[in-house]
Design a protein around this ligand. Structure first.
Ligand code: NAD
Length: 294
């Protein structure tokens, strides 16, 4: 409450607000009569009430072009670590067990494996480019992107029914909404290969976490990498914490130093161009541009 009343006092005269991860309550927005834009680091905007902003004709900005490379590299790191388990080789070498390398579990290549990318937007496309660099066969499921666009990038467009059974790797890059909640669930895991590796850097809840836990526990999947969770932070007794075939990061895929710098610049440009120089504004960064008629 103290924070809210401070915010209401300090922000009373502002025209633009830059928001990171904090919640922006509507009562603070009400206390800023001159407010024209709220712009946030990142591309998600679960911490603001978009319909309220639309009602008040306040723009909502994001940093759409800043994140993709960092998140895509995070995905490749998950793929590589989950197939090669480098930490086991490191441990063995440090323990002086160099000659026992034959006892390590099998590890694998990405080369010529089938990767399924769910969602072919900014991040999905950045992941595709990197997978092609590893000479993987890249399959894309995104009914909102034309087959032509997908094929021009050297990838194959595929239906969800056909895709799950052929994938060796799956990477999720969908938005979370009513259509995509629990998109990957127990039924999907039944269709997938037992050797499949799945990675979610998009939003928790697109993969049903309980079903994922069961599939990993029953070895219906080789491994999973998660940067995002149904509840963030996840509870300290989360069942996934007990499994060794899952790699977990704290929603920091986009937090490389370079990405943080790009987001900081892009978010300030968005606010300043929106207020003072609309010609330079990247309209794609304004989520409610249609509602505002710009
Ligand atoms: P984007 O809007 O550029 O792309 C999303 C793609 O998903 C679009 O091409 C859209 O057509 C497709 N899509 C939507 N609904 C679909 C459906 N039902 N089936 C198949 N495809 C569908 O988004 P982006 O910037 O690439 O971000 C992707 C995800 O990554 C989002 O969930 C975003 O919140 C998340 N994200 C996470 C981090 C992180 O730190 N882990 C950082 C940035 C973004």
């Amino acid at each position: 409450m103290l924070v809210r009343s401070n915010l209401k006092k300090e922000l009373a005269d502002v025209s633009g607000i830059v928001l990171r991860t904090a919640q922006m309550p509507n009562e603070v927005i009400d206390a800023c009569p001159n407010l024209q834009i709220i712009a946030r680091h990142g591309v998600g905007y679960d911490n603001v009430d978009l319909s309220y902003l639309n009602k008040k004709k306040i723009a909502l900005g994001v940093t759409g072009t800043a994140n993709a490379v960092s998140v895509a590299e995070h995905v490749m790191t998950f793929f590589l670590q989950l197939t090669k388990n480098i930490h086991l080789s490191d441990e063995l070498t440090r323990k002086g067990k160099f000659q026992e390398k034959g006892n390590l579990p099998s590890f694998f290549e990405l080369y010529q494996k089938n990767v399924l990318i769910l969602g072919f937007g900014r991040i999905g496309q950045a992941v595709a480019k990197r997978c092609l660099g590893f000479e993987m066969n890249v399959y894309v499921y995104d009914p909102y992107v034309s087959k032509d666009t997908i094929e021009k990038m050297g990838c194959h467009s595929i239906s969800i029914e056909d895709s799950l059974k052929l994938a060796d790797f799956v990477s999720v890059h969908l938005p979370l909404n009513d259509e995509t909640k629990n998109f990957i669930n127990a039924k999907s895991f039944q269709e997938m290969k037992d050797s499949c590796v799945i990675v979610n850097t998009a939003r928790g809840g697109i993969i049903n976490e309980q079903d994922l836990y069961q599939a990993l526990k029953d070895k219906k999947l080789r491994a999973a990498g998660l940067d995002v969770y149904e509840q963030e932070p996840p509870p300290s007794d989360h069942p996934l914490f007990d499994l060794s075939n899952v790699l977990l990061t704290p929603h920091n895929a986009a937090l490389t130093l370079e990405c943080r710098m790009r987001m900081a610049v892009e978010v300030c440009e968005t606010v300043s161009f929106y207020l003072k120089n609309k010609e330079k504004l990247n309209l794609q960064n304004i989520i409610n541009r249609k509602e505002l008629g710009i």
